[in-house]
Write a protein that binds this ligand. Structure first.
Ligand code: NI
Length: 136
């Protein structure tokens, strides 16, 4: 289980404790939400969270999120430079990616799978998880 931190968590230090890509660590919790950080590079997988929005904050680098939205617009990609936030609404298929690599923070309900409730076949470089404890 998650240890509630008794001290502030320095994100730079927390990010230095792991190298795995697309494999979020839980740095703390807010009510019934995880605050997760992840290192990412290359492409994630198309997936959808049917029952929850997903919040992204880019800490380092640049993140792109491809979205499949209803209506004539169809597919588009949002670009999030460092310091940007974006929320993927529930029910919207999305695929994060980062050509150069990035570090990101996400807020989502505890237990939310990284690959959503529906997804394309999960490639080997993607960790299908509900998040790992920091230090694991
Ligand atoms: Ni997602």
């Amino acid at each position: 289980m998650i240890n509630e931190p008794k001290q502030p968590v320095d994100l730079k230090t927390a990010l230095s404790t792991f190298e795995a890509l697309w494999s979020p660590r839980i740095v703390t919790r807010v009510n019934d939400y995880d605050v997760r950080i992840a290192k990412v590079a290359g492409e994630h997988v198309w997936h959808v969270h049917e029952n929850t929005d997903e919040f992204f904050l880019v800490l380092e680098g640049e993140l792109r999120i491809a979205l499949r939205e209803p209506g004539p617009g169809g597919e588009r990609t949002v670009v999030l430079p460092r310091g940007s936030v974006f929320v993927v609404p529930r029910g919207v298929e999305h695929k994060p990616s980062s050509a150069e690599g990035a570090s990101i923070m996400m807020f989502e309900p505890t237990g939310t799978p990284t690959v959503g409730d529906r997804h394309d076949p999960v490639p080997g470089h993607i960790d299908a998880t509900t998040g790992h404890a920091l230090g694991s």
